[in-house]
Design a protein around this ligand. Structure first.
Ligand SMILES: [Zn+2]
Length: 458
């Protein structure tokens, strides 16, 4: 498809398709994909058997919803069984459906907890990923001629090689520096190559802000960046994080993007209303989204404002297609059309279903704590850890929060600040935490995903 730099959409047919037409396209692709999954994965075949169904019994989305969900631990278990029995992790018992001689790339989740889940991709799948990256970057105004510096882990994770390929595919210029090369080198390469956009985790972006004047002798606001993609962990959906980063990088445009395994769904468009209104689901023709109750796994209707656990089914994929895969992210969806003209749904990530903490019956997500803490910068640095005596979700109060006070704060200032913060926490988060104050820059900064929770007993 020949595109002009002034074109508004990367793929206008899909991005502005009517809801009914999209649903019909999804159902058609779904039926075909289910036959493929049934024939190539014993795990998926078992799901059909549990529901007493065959792929040809699926005539509607309602029929489809009778098939039990698949979860990450099933993926890992079957991956490990295959490794033991066959000497590789892609046997017929797993969710990998393509024969090995068609697999040309492996991706993985970052695996911050436990075994990484692997995704095998065929060339066909890589072409899809590139198409989806094209839609997302184009949406925010990235065009050929723009340089994009990759300040995430440069590897098999979504922000590594897959992102490099996606950037190159859409015609922009990838600058694959990588977070592992270190803070100084990332900053030096920004200074040297003058990228228009930077991909990094929100916490690393925050750290770069802090270190920039020290390491390259000028503030981050003078780096000349036009776009910042704080990705890979929650943050860009957090209004306080956005304000902090946007200001720190000289009024840069903050773009929330999510990869979600390898299906490339989310990007925020350039024309959101005043407040953050979520990301567009950019892959409706390649990934069917459902919401379910996190406990019962029963479907929740996709009405405007609905919240539920994200369940994904890939459409037209070969390697490792998800089938009703419960992803443990809690999403809120918005079905009203966007002013940018895109017709599909938008969504916000509310939290990880498994990060949920329950303090005296009150549901608390670490992101909510972060949002509240950031309101008090620069009297706090914004870096903190939630400290648990044992793994959640149930927390015996008080909720302990190790938190850095800001530079130049005296004992008395901290005392006053704490009173103010406790009042605000009680009102907004509805819990009264116990703050454990530590000096600025004493908590570890990580260039990869920062764990906001620290568990003492493990
Ligand atoms: Zn939009």
């Amino acid at each position: 498809m020949a595109r002009d730099v002034h074109d508004k959409y990367w793929n206008p047919d899909i991005e502005t398709m009517s809801k009914d037409e999209m649903a019909a396209l999804q159902l058609k692709k779904l039926k075909k994909q289910l036959v493929y999954n049934y024939n190539n994965s014993l795990l998926y075949r078992r799901k059909f058997e549990e529901a007493g169904m065959k792929p040809e019994d699926v005539r509607s989305f309602e029929d489809f919803q009778r098939i039990p969900v698949t979860n990450k631990s099933e993926q890992i278990e079957t991956q490990e069984e295959s490794l033991k029995e066959l000497g590789h992790p892609f046997g017929p018992g797993t969710i990998t459906c393509a024969p090995q001689d068609k697999i040309v790339r492996l991706n993985a989740t970052s695996g911050t907890t436990g075994t990484p889940t692997l995704y095998a991709l065929t060339q066909h799948d890589i072409d899809i990923m590139n198409e989806l990256q094209g839609r997302r970057l184009w949406m925010v105004g990235i065009r050929p001629g723009h340089r994009i510096l990759q300040g995430l882990s440069l590897s098999m994770f979504a922000g590594g090689l897959p992102l490099s390929q996606g950037i190159m595919h859409m015609g922009a210029c990838a600058v694959p520096v990588g977070a592992e090369s270190g803070t100084k080198r990332v900053l030096e390469f920004i200074n040297l190559t003058r990228p228009h956009a930077l991909f990094t985790t929100p916490s690393f972006a925050q750290y770069l802000l802090e270190q920039c004047p020290k390491l390259i002798g000028k503030p981050a606001s003078e780096l000349g960046l036009q776009w910042l993609f704080p990705v890979g962990e929650p943050g860009a959906g957090n209004i306080e994080v956005r304000k902090l980063l946007s200001k720190g990088y000289g009024g840069v445009h903050i773009c929330d993007q999510t990869g979600g395994a390898h299906s490339g769904q989310g990007e925020e468009c350039l024309e959101p209303p005043e407040v953050y209104s979520g990301m567009h689901w950019t892959a409706p023709d390649y990934c069917l989204l459902e919401l379910v109750d996190p406990k019962t796994k029963k479907n929740i209707a996709m009405k405007d404002g609905a919240i539920g656990e994200q369940v994904m089914t890939f459409l037209d994929w070969e390697g490792t297609p998800f089938q009703r895969y419960a992803y443990a992210d809690l999403l809120q969806v918005f079905t009203e059309p966007c002013i940018c003209g895109r017709t599909g749904i938008r969504f916000k990530i509310i939290g990880r279903a498994d990060d949920l903490l329950i303090v005296k019956g009150v549901n608390v997500f670490p992101e909510a704590i972060k949002k509240e803490i950031l309101k008090f910068t620069p009297r706090v640095t914004g870096f903190f850890r939630i400290v648990l005596d044992k793994p959640g979700p149930a927390v015996t109060p008080p909720l302990k929060v190790k938190i850095e006070y800001g530079h130049g704060m005296q004992q008395n200032d901290i005392k006053m600040l704490e009173e103010e913060m406790l009042k605000s926490f009680k009102e907004v988060v509805r819990v009264t935490p116990q703050f454990m104050w530590v000096p600025p820059e004493s908590l570890p900064r990580e260039s990869k995903k920062t764990k906001l929770i620290e568990i003492l007993s493990s």
